[in-house]
Design a protein around this ligand. Structure first.
Ligand code: PMM
Length: 279
């Protein structure tokens, strides 16, 4: 899933694709690099971000979605608002990606159910302007068990609202009310989340925990656009872990990592069957 942020202030690429033309051109580049889905968003969720008004969000995403969907792309809309999700689906989007898992807008789950659209529900606790206040996971099992339980509660709400189970995708929400340590713990132990029985989408691309990991001798984090090599390693790990989707900024680097993982998987299978036939 390639990211097209039509925002002035997203922390990874804010302001770069704010005009419709620039965003559409970027979408085409991501498709050429091998993206299966384009995720179009008009609200920055970086820590501390303030929300755009609805009309602003609509003006940012709808024309971009309309053009890219008309060109044949599979489009998802990255929004927490039912009104934006409905307009996006109307404009040709296929999938709704809601970082709040339905918590930010009480109309979201019924709207998605009525549309019959696939729905990504991310683990979320609060809007970005105060989410760091909620980055505490002291319960038994720590962050992994807590995120699993909170996602399971969202699944119950989705099913109750009438969203079909085969339309649901879950996401651990790296960086959302999570400190670096929480992100690493989730990445290292996704199995409990997968045991909920839904496909997993993961967005690690360019996030701060990678910048911190790669910080220089003076302690300053690695620049946002220089985190891709580390992210390719994360992608290879996630592919081996069997996640359904990766939400990424550099589709080419991710495709390369996936090609390596797939080649190794093919050769491992071939080598095992050769050893068996010799035994
Ligand atoms: N991260 C961001 C925005 N939308 N959606 C999902 N499903 N998962 C994520 O991890 C996620 C998201 C923030 O990242 P960006 O500002 O680099 O786009």
């Amino acid at each position: 899933m390639g990211v097209v942020n039509v925002t002035p202030d997203s922390f990874s690429d804010g302001g770069r694709f704010l005009s419709t033309d620039a965003a559409v051109a970027h979408g085409h580049r991501l498709l050429a690099d091998g993206a299966d889905i384009l995720d179009i968003g008009g609200e920055s969720t970086r820590p501390g971000a303030t929300r755009p008004v609805v009309s602003e969000e609509l003006d940012r995403v709808v024309p971009v979605i309309r053009e890219l969907a008309a060109a044949g792309a599979v489009v998802s809309v990255d929004t927490m608002r039912a009104e934006v999700a409905e307009a996006a689906l109307e404009a040709g989007a296929t999938l709704v990606n809601d970082v709040s898992g339905g918590l930010a807008d009480p109309r979201m789950l019924p709207a998605v159910a009525a549309a019959g659209a696939p729905y990504v529900a991310m683990h979320w606790r609060a809007h970005s302007d105060h989410m760091t206040d909620f980055a505490t996971y002291d319960g038994p099992g720590g962050v992994v068990a807590t995120v699993r339980d909170e996602l399971a509660a969202r699944v119950d709400a989705m099913l109750a609202a009438g969203i079909a189970a085969d339309r649901i995708v879950l996401d651990p929400g790296l960086g959302f009310a999570k400190r670096g340590e929480h992100n690493w713990q989730l990445l290292a132990d996704l199995a409990p989340l997968q045991e909920l029985g839904f496909p997993l989408l993961v967005g690690a691309s360019r996030k701060s925990f990678l910048g911190t990991l790669l910080s220089g001798p003076d302690g300053s984090p690695r620049a946002v656009e220089e985190r891709e090599h580390a992210h390719a390693a994360v992608s290879a790990h996630l592919a081996r872990a069997g996640v359904w989707g990766l939400r990424v900024h550099d589709v080419r680097a991710t495709r390369d990592a996936l090609a390596v993982t797939a080649a190794l998987a093919r050769h491992t299978t071939a080598e095992r069957s050769r050893q068996r036939s010799e035994a």
